[in-house]
Design a protein around this ligand. Structure first.
Ligand code: 3PG
Length: 217
């Protein structure tokens, strides 16, 4: 199902894209990010710990919105849903992923950057898409151009987003949330610097709060 209702409920428009190397980091990391004001996390399935990290976070923070990212096959989709993922994100979209999404009542963000990819997602009734890799695919100007023929679409840009350009993305009407790994630098994770991760999240949340306010008035 489309992710718009879920994303509209989030109190913060930032979604950290998280790579978990050690399962033991999952709960303290989620705690730090949630304390910093983040309301949804995307746990990538790029490492073997990804699935169990989702389970551990959901069990420690049942009310937090914990999604699975880098979901590239229908089996991975099924498994992530089985682990309790609240939403599913894919860097692209295939018939098998749309098929898996149709079997589950979990919000799905298919990846799309071209007109054809967008049209394919629309055919499957998706109006909220992951725009990846955002910066490499032309960033804000490509998103503006896509809004011409597709004014009803919402995007979650990820890929190359930094504290310096996040507000520019969020100011676009077509951008509902922004994702990225800048909120969880590996260096801080490796050294379990939870306070700094919490601070980084808090700083980013404060930085974008103004933009969200401007957009809602
Ligand atoms: C993703 O999967 O969305 C990206 O890898 C995140 O990109 P970033 O590391 O440039 O934030």
């Amino acid at each position: 199902m489309d992710a718009r209702p879920l994303l509209a409920k989030l109190t913060c428009p930032l979604i950290p894209v998280v790579v978990i190397d050690r399962l033991a980091d999952a709960v303290p990391l989620a705690e730090a990010l949630l304390q910093g004001g983040i309301s949804a996390l995307e746990i990538t399935l790029r490492t073997p710990a990804g699935y169990d990290a989702i389970k551990a976070m959901k069990s420690a923070f049942p009310d937090a919105v914990i999604g699975a990212g880098t979901v590239c096959s229908d089996q991975a989709f099924d498994k992530a849903v089985g682990c309790g993922a609240d939403f599913i994100v894919s860097p692209g979209a295939t018939d098998e992923l749309f098929g898996a999404a149709a079997r589950h009542k979990v919000p799905f963000l298919p990846g799309a950057v071209t007109g054809s990819e967008v049209l394919k997602a629309i055919q499957h009734d998706y109006a909220t898409l992951k725009f990846f890799p955002a910066e490499a695919a032309g960033g804000v100007s490509t998103l503006r151009a896509l809004s011409g023929p597709f004014p009803e679409l919402s995007f979650m840009p990820t890929g190359g987003i930094t504290p310096d350009n996040v507000s520019t993305y969020l100011r676009l009407e077509s951008v509902c949330v922004v994702g990225g790994s800048w909120l969880t630098p590996r260096e801080l994770l490796i050294h379990k610097r939870w306070d700094e991760l919490c601070q980084l999240a808090g700083d980013s949340v404060a930085r974008v709060a103004e933009v969200s306010e401007e957009k809602s008035t």
